[in-house]
Design a protein around this ligand. Structure first.
Ligand code: ADP
Ligand code: ADP
Length: 229
């Protein structure tokens, strides 16, 4: 089975009584261990697609399977459980707690999964070490560079050992040097751990890191290409 599979997915929003079709029939498989970039103009449906792939939202119609499970059959709490087990999120603006240590930020998702304190701390420390921040565990995000903060966010996304890491403009708030560093980290985690990475980006140099390029336009996938290794 694919890590995530969409079949003819439509997502319609109601805005002041007017229907907006953000996705108009998208079919897509994200395989285990893949590295894909989603590209396309502003308003084309990229964020909507990411929210669906990440179980933050549901299709209006069509079929979405995450880890082989069809999301339409799940209650809200079952969907949240599937999301917590399967998906890790990285955002443009990091979404870290600025005045709490990096270690506690990374351990937080494990609180919701009922993991005990000692195990939370050891797993969070291992995740921070895997992004090269073992020496910064006690620091607060507010004391860190943007690149370091995004690596803390990546560690938080990975601590629950997701199948898929979804990153919406992960380098959008970073300068070139920090952006390159974050992309190198995502490449390595993809290679070494086999976690599938799907990222949205506006920057061609960032998109070029991905083996697969998914071009979205007007709520449809207009092109989906895989380059040779
Ligand atoms: P992108 O991420 O490519 O910029 P989005 O997925 O954010 O595109 O948006 C796709 C379309 O759906 C746009 O026309 C946008 O205005 C609309 N849209 C997105 N979210 C909502 C919402 N919550 N309510 C109404 N319309 C929305
Ligand atoms: P930006 O950085 O441009 O403000 P983000 O990439 O941070 O946007 O967020 C993208 C979307 O994800 C937003 O619609 C936001 O509401 C949602 N979001 C942000 N943080 C979380 C979170 N921790 N869990 C679920 N959804 C989130």
């Amino acid at each position: 089975t694919a890590a995530v599979e969409a079949v003819d997915v439509v997502r319609r929003y109601q805005l002041d009584g007017v229907a907006v079709e953000a996705l108009r029939g998208v079919s897509l498989r994200i395989e285990h261990g893949e590295f894909a970039a989603v590209v396309g103009p502003s308003g084309s449906g990229k964020s909507t697609l990411m929210h669906l792939l990440g179980c933050l939202d549901r299709p209006t119609s069509g079929v979405l399977r995450v880890g082989g499970v069809e999301v339409s059959r799940l209650s809200e709490s079952e969907l949240a459980g599937l999301r917590n087990r399967t998906i890790g999120f990285v955002f443009q603006s990091f979404h870290l707690m600025g005045r709490t240590s990096a270690l506690d930020n990374v351990a937080l998702p494990l609180v919701y999964r009922g993991v005990g304190r000692a195990e939370r701390r050891s797993r969070a420390a291992a995740a921070l070490e895997s992004v090269g921040l073992g020496h910064r565990m006690r620091h607060r995000p507010s004391q860190m560079s943007g690149g370091e903060q995004q690596r803390v966010a990546i560690a938080r996304a990975l601590v629950g050992e997701p199948e898929v890491l979804l990153a919406d403009e992960p380098t959008g708030n970073l300068d070139t040097r920090n952006g390159v560093e974050v992309m190198a980290m995502l490449d390595r985690l993809n290679e070494e751990r086999g976690v599938a990475v799907v990222l949205v980006t506006h920057e061609p140099e960032i998109a070029a890191h991905a083996r697969r390029q998914i071009h979205v336009r007007d709520g449809l996938i207009e092109q989906d290409t895989v380059s040779r290794p």
